[in-house]
Each structure stands twice: as C-alpha cells, then as structure tokens.
Design a protein around this ligand. Structure first.
Ligand SMILES: Cc1ncc(COP(=O)(O)O)c(C=O)c1O
Length: 427
C-alpha cells in the first residue's frame, strides 16, 4: 500500500477533516449568486417570479408540473455540478486527493459546512444529520440500524411509498416483527381522522411508528407533531418519511419531536438527484448501527458522520447540494415556501369551481401544500396527462389509472395553472 493511501486511511479513521470538501465552489460561481440576488431585488412580485423562472433550464414553451417525482435544478446548481465534474476530470492529476485541488472523493469526508447549512433549515445540530442518497436509504438505515425483535410492533399507514414501507415489511418477514397499517381515508379532511387511526393501533408492544410527513400520492400534510407527542408519552420511537417535504413545507425537526426523519432533497429543495438526509435526534442516535459501515462505523462523537460514510460516490453532487442550499437561502425560506403554498391553493381553488373534477387531495387547506391530486370525469389519468401535453405542453403526472398528481413549485406560474384549468374545462 502506498504511503499516501496509508496516511489517507489514518486520517479517515479520525474524521478526515483534511480532505478538501468543497474546493471547487469557485469564486465566480459564488459571485454569480450574488449577481442573481441583486438582479432580483426591488422587483414587484410578478416580475420577481418570472425572473426566477428564467433561472431554470426548462424550455420556455414547456411546463414541468412533476416536482413530486424529481425537482428541476436551477442553472446555478446545474452549472456548479458540471463545472466540478469537469474540473475533477481535467485537473485530477494535480492532486493526491488530500491537499488543495480537485476533490475526487465523496462518501468519506464529514462535509460539516453542508450539514450545518441543512441544520439551520430543519433546526438541528449538524451532528444529527447524515448526508445520504435519498429517502429510501434513510428508511433502510433506520430500520436496519435499530435492534427490533420478533413480536415488536411497528405502525405504518396504508398510504406509504415503497420508500416508507418496504424496510418494515421486510423486517416482518425476516425477523418476525408485527407490521400494522393505519387506514387513512381518501380524501381526508381533518387531522383527528389521521391521528385517531394511527393511535388506535398502539398496544403495549408498539415499539415504533413510521409515517410520511407528506403522502406521496395525495399530498396530504400529516399531523406529525401531534402523532410524535403521543408516541413520546408512551416511549414509542418515531420515524418520519419526509421525502416530499424539505423545500415544500417548513420542517422543524425539534418542534415535530420525532426521533428520526429522512428526506430526498432532489425533490423540493431542487438539489441534484442523489441527495438526501437522515436526521437522528442526539438522544437516541447512539442506539443505531451503521448499515453501510466504513472507517467511522464506531464514531460516537459525530453520529451523523458515522451513518453517512458510504465509500466513493460522486463528489460533484455534493457541490451541487451545497449550491442548491445557497440558492434556497438566496430566495429565502419564507418566500419560497409561501410561493409553493400560494400556487397550490390557486390550483385547488380553481379545481373546486369545475363540475367535472373530483378533488382527491384534502379540501382542508391545513392539510395541503404543493401537491394536488384529482380525477377528471370521462378521462383516465394517463389520457389527461397526454391531453395536457399535446395541447399546452404541460407535464403533470398521472398516478395509476384514474388520477393526476399536479405539483407546483417556484418555477411555475398562475398563468401555467390557468392553462391547465382551461384544458380540463374543455375535456
Ligand atoms: C413519501 C415518499 N417516500 C419515499 C419516497 C422515495 O424517495 P426516493 O426515491 O428519493 O428515495 C418518495 C418518492 O417519491 C415519496 O414520495
């Protein structure tokens, strides 16, 4: 083994802080963000959002309404990834990957500055955050990292994505845990219906409750704080699937009071695909084993780092993640989230005026944000999706045979939503 490799491994075992983490977020890129910020200042609301639309690469005559599947990266984020990949390929020979220069590795370093930025957004310490690939990893890291035993009961809902149920069902088959599903009505119009359905399944054997913060198919914003409060009073562990949340609604993990929370940042935070987070409250995190074990598998001072070490990945995606956090902060959390809520409500208010539309998402705005699901009389979901595209170049997403799931984000406009409404009116 070469000396440099040996030194590298030594450093890895103690935290790897010497690896250049974000060396190639170049000055010019940072400047471009402050230029964007000043070009947006002083604009009226309408011009502000139409200028924001110009910061995205989607073709001008096309409309993306499928953020619930994957967000579109702003040019700023996209360019930072592309430039970093180019830099690594072109100038990789100039580094031994420990000093200054291109950063050839991800999956080994602690990336504290990125975790700190995320901690400010979701309200926790950076050591409670692991950078992971996506929500599915988060669910698996918690399910496989805990020591659940035969007979332990786990409560899930009947509205989970595969990234919210599969690891628990596998534990039922593999280890004999008892898997239960709370039934959530469709549509659901009150918090109490949800809370009662989950709480009614609790017994003395319940060890864990795993529920989504926003339901994938219907966009329901679930009463997580209320569920976690009840779980905590009974000593039950809570795991929240926030794949659809960070960047869509305000996520304050301390206020929610959950033990574990995971999210896919490539959806609503508009990070490059392959970026997610796992949060573990520091009071419980030392009870969780690393599922992907590497040098830091037994690091008990920075448990977030222990769980994020995953071997070599694409370091440029982390540069892109960092850029997406800066982009989000440049717009500002409140402005960003309010815009999504405003557009979501605009869509729902318009849909409610149409006789041929069945709103499948909740009609209670407290339970809604940027994802809305509906059915139009006489057409299937895939047919409606096709008509929207053929007539107006609008791209929402069908779900199953009947439904259309319509996401709205800061790059969408009232005009685009009104055009979708016109298409539906003329069906
Ligand atoms: C609620 C929910 N959980 C989990 C996932 C899985 O996310 P990922 O594919 O990013 O792991 C999704 C994806 O749409 C989702 O909506």
């Amino acid at each position: 083994m070469s000396n440099s490799r040996r030194n590298f491994i030594k450093k890895s075992a103690i935290g790897l802080s010497a690896i250049p983490t974000l060396g190639f977020i170049s000055k010019s890129n940072k400047n471009s963000l402050s230029n964007i910020r000043s070009s947006l200042s002083d604009l009226s609301d309408n011009s502000y959002w139409s200028e924001v639309r110009n910061l995205f690469p989607t073709k001008k005559n096309q409309t993306y309404f499928n953020n619930g599947t994957l967000g579109v990266q702003p040019n700023y984020v996209l360019n930072s990834v592309i430039k970093d990949m180019q830099n690594n390929a072109i100038n990789g020979a100039e580094t031994d990957y420990k000093g200054n220069g291109p950063n050839l590795l991800s999956g080994y370093a602690d990336f504290i500055s990125i975790r700190e930025k995320i901690g400010k957004i979701i309200n926790c310490d950076y050591k409670e955050i692991s950078l992971i690939q996506n929500a599915t990893f988060g669910m698996n890291f918690v399910a496989n990292g805990l020591d659940l035993k035969k007979g332990d009961e786990v409560i899930n809902t009947d509205q989970e994505h595969g990234g919210g149920f599969a690891a628990w069902r596998q534990l039922a088959k593999r280890k004999g845990i008892v898997y239960k599903q709370a039934h959530i009505p469709v549509p659901v119009n009150s918090k109490e219906e949800i809370i009662n359905s989950v709480v009614s399944l609790i017994t003395k054997k319940t060890k864990l409750i795993a529920v989504p913060h926003i339901v994938s198919v219907y966009g329901t914003v679930m009463p997580i704080k209320e569920i976690c409060d009840i779980a905590k009073s009974k000593g039950i562990f809570t795991v929240i699937d926030g794949a659809q949340t960070v960047g869509q609604i305000d996520v304050n993990v301390k206020n929610l009071g959950c033990d574990a929370y995971y999210s896919s940042l490539h959806k609503w935070l508009l990070s490059p695909a392959g970026n997610g987070i796992l949060y573990l409250d520091k009071s419980i995190s030392s009870n969780i084993w690393a599922t992907l074990s590497s040098y830091n598998w037994d690091n008990n001072t920075d448990i977030g780092f222990k769980l994020q070490q995953s071997g070599t990945g694409n370091p440029s995606l982390l540069v892109g993640l960092d850029a997406s956090l800066d982009f989000f902060n440049m717009i500002g959390k409140e402005k960003w989230l309010n815009r999504i809520k405003f557009l979501g409500k605009f869509l729902r208010d318009n849909l409610k005026t149409l006789d041929n539309v069945d709103l499948i998402s909740s009609s209670n705005e407290i339970l809604c944000a940027g994802l809305t699901t509906y059915k139009v009389e006489g057409v299937t979901g895939p047919e409606l999706q096709k008509v929207m595209w053929d007539k107006e170049r609008l791209q929402p997403r069908s779900v199953g045979k009947e439904l259309l799931r319509h996401s709205v984000h800061i790059y969408n406009s009232e005009d685009e939503i009104s055009r979708a409404i016109e298409v539906i009116k003329n069906i």
